[in-house]
Design a protein around this ligand. Sequence first.
Ligand SMILES: NC(=O)c1ccc[n+]([C@@H]2O[C@H](COP(=O)([O-])OP(=O)(O)OC[C@H]3O[C@@H](n4cnc5c(N)ncnc54)[C@H](OP(=O)(O)O)[C@@H]3O)[C@@H](O)[C@H]2O)c1
Length: 343
Amino acid sequence: MKQKIALLGFGTVGQGICEILLNKKEYLKEKYNYEFEFVAVADFAFGSVYNPNGLNIPAMLEEAKAKKKFTRDLTTLDNVSLITKCNADVVCELTYTDLDTGGPAIEHCKAALESKKHIVTSNKGPAALRYPEMKALADKKGVKFMIEGTVVAGTPIINLVEGPLAGCEISKIRGILNGTTNYMLSEMEKGMGYDEVLKVAQDLGYAEANPAGDVEGYDARGKVTILANIVMGASMKINEVPCRGITKITSEDIQKAKDTNARWKLIGTVENKDGEITGSVSPEMIDLSHPLAGVMGATNALTFTTDLLGDVTIVGPGAGRIETGFSILTDLLQIHNSSCNCK
Ligand SMILES: NC(=O)c1ccc[n+]([C@@H]2O[C@H](COP(=O)([O-])OP(=O)(O)OC[C@H]3O[C@@H](n4cnc5c(N)ncnc54)[C@H](OP(=O)(O)O)[C@@H]3O)[C@@H](O)[C@H]2O)c1
């Protein structure tokens, strides 16, 4: 049976998952007996479309590349009505992240789960702000709320903990959760000052025009909250997590670290000490012998401290069209493999 997919958001990640599925169609069929059909897409920039028998995704990708609005299968349904009424098995929520309110993504996720459709999302808003509620609703409706892409893009984190590391008790997670600031700190070591390196990061598209989400640590704080609540089973609220970004790091600080065989990293930490779970984000001087110290540029990394394996570190990309698109693929395949509720 083909898995029917609806996409909310047809930007970098939305187009990325379409490209991956189109390019790997035969491989996925042969290896996993996985077949798919996109039936609905809603996007502010390109419009809303619905065809219960399948959309022409290659043509839509062409239109998006040419920055043209969609021309086929147009619908006037608003997002929530489209989610509720369409015949999708899975809704991929790929609109913008709003870590203050959750934005429309929360309504999108609720509408999908209420109508017994799985959610796959890389949007940190619903996961960081409302995970327990979303998970409970998904469980009640017999569907899944899948969020691999919300922490370190397609580099397996949530699935690593729930899959290969299952059975290990994790007492601490520490890592580089924001690629932009890791790039900036790496460049500062080469001699650039903070303001100069921020401008370069903005020119390269790593940092937004308003860089606060990255440089003040708010993006990392969202991921710390997700990890605390999902991996450690906490009920942490995002604004309870102490958070300090990299805006006060000076060239003198960089030199001081170098002089002591260390290096500055913006570190997100979640720790379980005798059942008390805490989270934080702050710049730390990391000894060069630690695996996290060698992670440079826009790369992300996390070290899990476990009872059975000791420290396990995973390093990988934390952003990108295909890299984050892969997180969506891996969750879609898990839903397919569990074959729960697929029509
Ligand atoms: N890109 C990455 O590497 C990456 C990595 C990890 C997580 N994420 C997360 O994944 C999600 C998608 O990221 P992205 O990079 O694909 O973002 P993007 O390129 O900005 O695409 C988002 C698309 O959704 C549209 N949109 C916004 N609000 C909408 C709404 N209410 N209804 C319908 N369409 C709406 C936007 O239209 P307008 O442009 O007209 O607003 C845009 O076309 C975000 O939450 C992001 O934080 C991204």
